[in-house]
Design a protein around this ligand. Structure first.
Ligand SMILES: [Zn+2]
Length: 179
């Protein structure tokens, strides 16, 4: 991974904007992020779409955009983004986060990641998954989780992830075993 000319700042705010994902979104990301084509593992990018509320973004579905992928990069262009925006308008959702994978264990945003993010607006999230996503995204602390704050992507530390990023189960069973 290329080194940065500007430092990536940490976001240690435990009370900042939150991201909520359903467990089905997490499962879909884990299933779809590893991308192997022609016998070669490639970087991949997915978008998580959902609802934007004042202090929380809620992801409910996953979009695989058209993109060019390779062993150390992915690329999307304006046409790809326009197709995504059309799909979002059709279901009245917004992009709340993007997810992409890196080849190794380094999961900090590169400057190219900063520049090529589909959304750069306060509260937008960007998740970088290590090892081409082959080991999933859980625990979330193995990922680089970035929130766009004060004009830049900042990477959350472990405490901020624990308090601001949550996964809602698809099924909550309060009946016990005896019924
Ligand atoms: Zn990257």
């Amino acid at each position: 991974m290329r080194s940065r000319s500007k430092p990536l700042h940490w976001d240690r705010d435990v009370d900042g904007p939150r991201l909520v994902l359903t467990s089905s979104v997490v499962n879909t990301v884990e299933r779809r992020i590893p991308l192997c084509s022609g016998g070669v593992l490639r970087e991949n990018v997915l978008y998580i779409a959902g609802f934007i509320l004042p202090t929380v973004r809620v992801g409910v579905t996953v979009i695989a955009p058209q993109c060019v992928t390779g062993p150390g990069f992915y690329r999307t262009d304006a046409d790809d983004h326009a197709d995504v925006m059309a799909a979002l308008m059709a279901c009245r959702l917004h992009i709340v986060a993007q997810v992409h994978c890196h080849p190794g264990r380094g999961v900090s945003h590169s400057e190219i990641d900063d520049e090529e993010a589909i959304v750069r607006a306060d509260g937008h999230w960007s998740v970088v998954v290590p090892h081409y996503g082959l080991h999933g995204i859980l625990p979330l602390t193995q990922c680089g989780i970035h929130c766009y704050t004060q004009g830049e992507f900042r990477r959350l530390d472990g405490r901020a992830i624990a308090t601001r990023v949550s996964i809602i189960p698809d099924w909550i069973d309060m009946r016990g075993d005896e019924r």
